[in-house]
Ligand binder design. Structure first.
Ligand code: NDP
Length: 254
């Protein structure tokens, strides 16, 4: 609490989102701004939608901080988290949404495709959580939501690299939840199914029809539907939930 704040005027909560410029991460940024958070977000290279995000922040009377930071680069992520905390004053919530796919049958999968997916998705999650946990401990609590995938729960042909990274995120988060609970920090996973974003835009018609056929609700989900679940898990309304995997998949897992 700063000198000007009184118990009647609590600090504005701060959320940081990796991969917040597009897709699910972008919807999460928008959700948090609407919910009254100041928000920091990073992207790898493309500051897509930055003006629109700024406009939205202004509309909600909130502060937003966006920057390029490759989550696979430990130093870059650490510097980004430090810059976000300096600009926004604290850190209450971390959401790791930065992720990539490089689908291929294992027999033809290159080492580069294996490593880039593991480096971005799994090591990227480690890098961001590692940089966030200590400030959260010092602050006396926090909440982490890591993006996995139903591929990490059930596996998916041609996604051995992606599924391994996303299954790793589940084990990582469950362990972290046990480790940091005593500091008032919760850590949970959201595992989406087929969500309409740039990541799934490139799917062929045949692959899309096959994927849709497996979804009891019969449609792809929206990024906003995932963001609603992320916002719930991040909030105090989920105060007794930690170490859980919430599938948002139209019923695939039932
Ligand atoms: P998008 O491809 O739409 O957006 C990806 C975002 O992550 C962009 O902001 C991108 O920035 C950023 N990003 C990618 N690589 C890096 C990196 N190395 N460092 C920093 N930022 C990076 O993805 P989605 O929104 O669809 O996916 C978000 C998360 O949800 C991912 O973890 C994905 O695996 C997971 N997910 C998605 C599903 C879906 O159906 N869409 C299903 C299940 C899980 P830039 O534009 O600069 O590259």
């Amino acid at each position: 609490m700063t000198a000007e704040e009184t118990p009647e005027t609590p600090a504005t909560p701060v959320a940081v989102v990796t991969g917040g410029s597009r897709g699910i991460g972008r919807a999460v940024v928008e959700r948090f701004l609407a919910d009254g958070y100041d928000v920091g977000y990073c992207y790898r290279t493309r500051p897509e939608g930055a003006e629109e995000i700024e406009r939205l922040a202004e509309e909600h009377g909130r502060v937003v901080f966006g920057a390029a930071a490759d989550v696979a680069d430990e130093q870059a992520v650490t510097e980004f988290l430090t810059a976000a905390r300096t600009r926004l004053g604290r850190l209450d919530v971390l959401v790791t949404s930065a992720g990539i796919v490089r689908d291929s049958p294992l027999a033809t999968m290159s080492g580069d495709d294996w490593r880039s997916v593991l480096d971005t998705n799994l090591t990227g999650t480690y890098n961001a959580c590692r940089a966030a946990v200590f400030p959260m401990i010092k602050q006396g609590g926090g909440s982490i939501v890591n993006l996995s995938s139903v591929s990490g729960v059930y596996g998916n042909a041609t996604q051995s690299n992606y599924a391994a990274s996303k299954a790793g995120i589940i084990g990582f988060t469950k362990s972290l939840a046990k480790e940091v609970a005593r500091f008032g920090i919760r850590a949970n996973v959201v595992a989406p199914g087929l969500i309409a974003t740039d990541m799934t835009d490139g799917m062929g018609d045949k692959a899309r029809a096959k994927a849709l056929a497996k979804i009891p609700l019969g449609r792809a989900g929206s990024a906003a539907e995932v963001a609603d679940a992320v916002a719930f898990l991040a909030s105090g309304r989920a105060g007794y939930i930690t170490g859980q995997v919430l599938q948002i998949d139209g019923g695939i897992g039932n």
